[in-house]
Design a protein around this ligand. Sequence first.
Ligand SMILES: Nc1ncnc2c1ncn2[C@@H]1O[C@H](COP(=O)(O)OP(=O)(O)OP(=O)(O)O)[C@@H](O)[C@H]1O
Length: 639
Amino acid sequence: MMDRFLQRFENWLDPFEDEGESREDARLNRTGHLEPLPDETNRFIWHFARQAKWPLLGLLITGGLTGGIEVVMFTGVGWLVDALGQSSPETLFTDHFWLVAGLAFITLVGRSLILFLASVLEEQVVSPSFYNRIRWQSYRRLMEQTYTFFQNDFAGRLAQKVQQVGQATGDFITTVLQTFWSFVTFIVLTVTILGAIDWRMAVVLAVWALGYVWIVRNLLPRIRENGRAAAEARSVVSGRVVDAFTNILSVKLFDSDRREDSFVKEGFQNLVDTTRRMTRALTEVRTAVAVLNGFMMTGVGAVALTGWQSGSVTTGGVATALGLVLRLNQMSGWMMFNINGLVRNYGTIQDAVATVTRVPTLVDDAEAQKLVGGRGEIRYEDVTFHYGKGAGIIQNLSLTIRPGEKVGLVGRSGAGKTTLVNLLLRLYDLEGGRILIDGQDIAKVTQASLRSAIGVVTQDTSLLHRSIRDNIAYGRPGSEDGDILSAAERASAEEFIPTLRDPKGREGYDAHVGERGIKLSGGQRQRIAIARVLLKDAPILVLDEATAALDSEVEAAIQDNLTKMMQGKTVIAIAHRLSTIAAMDRLIVLDKGRVVEEGTHAELAAAGGLYASLWARQSGGLLYADTDSDAEQGAAAAE
Ligand SMILES: Nc1ncnc2c1ncn2[C@@H]1O[C@H](COP(=O)(O)OP(=O)(O)OP(=O)(O)O)[C@@H](O)[C@H]1O
């Protein structure tokens, strides 16, 4: 029952709310239109605090009350001591009924109620939901980043940042509002009450408070700096370890003398060094606080006892004063620990903010609408792109692919074939010129609609670590089982899928494929990728070495289906095995990012240019005198 009662508070904050997204953008599925998170740490913290202002205000109030109630209880003890001195055992309860009853009420009801409220606010309302909201919003903004952004970073490091930023920001805010604020309330009330008993006690406490602030200001920044360095060192270690684990095959094949260990060890060593620097600073702080508190307690004790001697302080006053300073001593050590946590969290937030608030560089145009599906005409107009390097990749390339035309891109390795299709997919923004699909500039339509108009099969398909069914259905979310099965069948994948079984005993379409699909063979992976694209049924098809991982038997088996899949679609196919694309309507030969030849296989093979020499090399090093038979052979091989 208690569980159900507590659950009611859990829905106060929605863990997945994201106010930085307008309805319009959500409808159009625009990318890059989530409002970026503030890139300055304090504003970042405030940005989230604002989103939960009422529960956080509640925390502030219960935090203050928690500090207040402690002081009230110690003061009550003093009053009780004085009452004991004034009464006899027989008359105690009648003489001091309200005092005793009041203290009993506060101890039994008031204190428990405040602690209960504070707990509910922190644990049910704020903790899971609010923390998650920070993680969720940070994650979504990272997902908006460009392909290049992810190529330039470690997946493990980024994942850690998302986790860390939620934890650190949430902890920081709740600690300030509850722990820190209750401590401040406690000190202010203690100074007031002790000042009322004897002003000299207030002076001792004021000096102590100055000393405490001095320690916080002078010694803690070192912990903060080192804490930040330690957080960074921790993510570097995760990045390196995850990188080693994900590339385990390369490590096993190439790294027999375990150089990888020393690379990772260097990361761990850095973590140990930065942590040591931090713990050294920590010890200095703790020692300084211990000494300072010693002076504070002795000082207040001396004032209390001499006051008692001179009759200005009652026995109850001595009890209150000593009780409060003992409690203050206890609290201040624990508080230093919390302030240390605060500054460490602040450092962690600072560190993560630099990553999660980065404004994506490739976004949808503010006016972007969905691509209007047409017949699939593709036009590259004067396209220039060099991966930001100024030269060397694609220079002033113009190319028109007619609706329904099947084009093969040919060229030496590194000629820019993949780059050209990646530009069509707008994985990178052009450095000059434009690309049009059915007359619409791809930079002016939403990325989501652009990519849903293009089906892509690449040579190196990495699958998601989910079931086979989910991986195929990724092509068209919400697909019926029947469609998934038929796509698998047309991709010749139905013969191996039933034989799959994962370590958890899931079989066939339910079997999970391992991270990036590592537990399938290259050819099996490729067939799943083909099934996925068959299901997607987009008007434009990009086949980048789509059948390179298949043996000729399987390739022949699915060729029919591939041909069917291509019907009525505009196709760009890239293949090093020229026989697989020789039957295309037109071949475009690229060299150093320029179109150097184009035409049918027969025309190009006869022309004696780059294509002819590539073809000659592939067809066994023989240069055919009779180019016609050469073309026939190419076409036959392609069928
Ligand atoms: N992300 C990148 N950043 C910088 N340069 C890149 C990047 N990707 C590719 N390149 C460079 O662009 C050039 C063209 O590469 P691309 O992958 O388009 O060639 P390709 O013709 O598809 O080659 P292959 O047949 O070997 O797949 C290469 O010189 C490559 O080094």
